[in-house]
Design a protein around this ligand. Structure first.
Ligand code: ATP
Ligand code: MG
Length: 369
């Protein structure tokens, strides 16, 4: 796919800016705090409806205004596509595809695909399990848009169940309404099982790709194992068995849940383990090893999305090239070639070789223009 134009209106520090992409590689050049990452973020949002930097939509809207818009014209194998997203301070969004306002977010997902790789991604290895869950969920949303709906459903059930547990934990007198809880237990197990199975499948597909890349980048000195560690153990991809185990686990943790007033079992507690040469990468990986790992994960994501959707997704590289050593830079640049349309931010052109510079479009960003 090829992103032809981007229009940012009252988005972050952009007032009203059209951007035209004329080459498979675009270097977004500018000093700090000018709007380079903001530009990439708008593409990430159109592709995934998520931003790895913003918690709420009001952060995305130009200060002093009520709403902002990001729009893109995209060339895909199936034809041209116009996508637009209006974000409001209130949090309400409007999604438009080819002139039609979409009622469901899932219909918007999958129209544009992108893999984001930024220096913040080191949190994938170093940070808590929440980062890894967010990562696999963002990937899954692109692989199968209905997953977005499933996740929303799960979060609704979780919120309701937590509210019930919390009410009970706070008041000494009231007995826990076990009939109501049983209803939420059943829903949590049903929807949670669907989430777990999809995550397991995605990780199983990603694992061999990531291992191959990791071995390649580390010059075959290291082996990477990617392992899903769901909070509800699963022996096989059997929904009934997982659901059964899920309910048993809930029973086992009932006293702790009632005391803490929160749900302790389910995919919101899952972990994904990265193991390099038999050692958990999080605890023992050196900075370099951790960077290799994240690069391998990102390249694996690119390839997996490409295989699933049948065309190469966009690649957004925010501040990462300067952090990679030459060997790793080359591995990345070799992979990209002109196959993946790439937007890459930098504060200076020093990290690019002459060949790369010659074949790239250079966009200079200054104060949101
Ligand atoms: P760096 O090289 O430091 O990464 P950058 O060019 O990537 O810089 P961005 O993160 O894209 O910088 O943009 C940061 C600028 O955007 C900051 O000046 C920030 O104040 C501004 N900004 C962020 N959100 C908004 C908003 N909602 N309204 C107006 N300005 C905003
Ligand atoms: Mg930036």
């Amino acid at each position: 796919m090829f992103l032809n134009t981007l229009h940012l209106w009252q988005f972050r520090n952009y007032c009203d800016q059209w951007v035209e992409f004329t080459a498979p590689k675009t270097i977004v050049l500018g000093e700090n705090a000018q709007g380079k990452s903001n530009l990439l973020e708008s593409v990430e949002l159109l592709a995934t409806l998520r931003s790895h930097r913003a918690m709420r939509d009001r952060e995305l809207v130009l200060e002093g205004t009520e709403e902002g818009r990001a729009a893109a014209r995209l060339e895909r194998a199936i034809g041209a596509m116009d996508l637009g997203m209006v974000m409001r301070r209130s949090g309400r969004r409007t999604l438009v595809a080819n002139g039609q306002t979409l009622k469901r977010q899932v219909d918007f997902l999958g129209l544009m695909s992108a893999v984001e790789f930024s220096s913040l991604d080191l949190d994938l290895v170093r940070g808590g399990p929440g980062y890894r869950r967010h990562w696999i969920d963002t990937l899954l949303v692109q692989l199968e848009p209905m997953y977005h709906h499933l996740l929303q459903q799960y979060n609704t059930v979780l919120r309701q169940r937590n509210a019930l547990l919390k009410r009970h934990a706070k008041s000494d007198s009231s007995c826990l309404n076990s009939t109501e809880l049983a209803i939420w237990d059943a829903q949590l197990a049903t929807v949670g099982t669907r989430v777990i199975r999809r995550r397991a499948r995605a990780i199983a597909r990603l694992a061999p790709l990531a291992s191959t890349w990791h071995s390649n980048i580390s010059d075959h000195r290291e082996t990477l194992i990617l392992r899903y560690a769901p909070s509800v153990p699963m022996d096989a991809d059997d929904p009934e068995q997982i659901q059964q185990t899920f309910l048993e686990r809930i029973k086992q943790r009932a006293i702790a849940e009632q005391a803490q007033g929160t749900t302790l079992v389910g995919p919101h507690r899952d972990e994904i383990d990265f193991i390099i040469n038999d050692t958990p990468a999080r605890q023992f990986g050196s900075q370099g090893q951790q960077r290799t790992l994240v690069l391998a994960l990102k390249l694996a994501e690119l390839k997996l999305i490409e295989a699933v959707i049948g065309e190469p997704p966009l690649l957004l590289l925010d501040d990462v090239l300067a952090e990679l050593d030459l060997n790793r830079q080359n591995k990345l640049l070799d992979t990209i070639q002109d196959r993946f349309q790439t937007l890459i931010t930098t504060t200076h052109l020093g990290s690019f070789d002459a060949q790369w510079l010659k074949s790239s479009q250079i966009l200079t960003v200054k104060a949101g223009e």
